[in-house]
Write a protein that binds this ligand. Sequence first.
Ligand SMILES: [Zn+2]
Length: 311
Amino acid sequence: MVDLAAHNVSKTMNQVNESHRFKIGTFDCTVVSDGTFTYTPPTFPPPTTFLFANAQKEDLAQALHAHNLDPEKWTEWISPYLCLVIDTGENIVLVDTGADGLGPSTGKLLQNLQSNGISPGDIDTVILTHGHPDHIGGNTTSEGGSAFPDARFVMWKDEWDFWNSEEAELKLEHGKEVLLGFARGNLPPIRDQIDLVEHETEIVPGVHAIAAPGHTPGHMALAVSSEGDKLLCVSDAFLHPIHMEQPGWHAAVDFAPKQVADTRRRLLDMATGEKVLVFAFHFAFPGLGFVTWNGKVCRWQPIDAGKTRCK
Ligand SMILES: [Zn+2]
């Protein structure tokens, strides 16, 4: 069993589960929801093919049943969009900016930050794990300027180059217009604030960039550590807990499926090698849990936020 007390997991009670506070060593961390988005046909393929594009039907049905999902009745994927604030004492870091403008139930990041007493000016570092709409959509204000004018933005160089090149125009398939629209609206306005990383490096003390390509060309994970406590932010390397069980089942939106599988296996090794809390952007709120081996298969073990101490 995982000892939650060792991770000092605590929760700020919030009626609609829009934030969740916890500690990593001396770092104060807060999961802050940007809202949820419903992926539903005909705009998107049904979740079974959207999330597990290459899975064999029988194998997938078995995996889904184990998660109490009926493949015939699971017609829409309602995904949380979960950002993260890490207050290290030296820096206040925001990981991803949500999807302002994508739908009526997204774009709640700023108001949920305010509810936690955090204003945009408090944030000195914004890490963009990749350039998809749900991760960069809150970069700018409705007037088109930077929503975090005093912050240093950090992104992997391959990712920035991809979205600012014709390569994106040529190579994207699924949802191309929306993807390009968000990239064009949310990346050029922060051009003067961007700091690109090209190798695995420390972004601020205690927060390391981990190369996790595949979902997008320069997708980035993060390793956070303080006083021996560790948090691994996997972002979209895993969109659903079943991806941890079946790292070879890629999503329709994964840019390079073979690379996705390699990245997932490396992250699973990191998550299971020593006890590491894992944070996944699209998993059920608050997106936190542990990965454990069950025979030869990894399993997601979400923290039971309801049982943790309320402040
Ligand atoms: Zn995403």
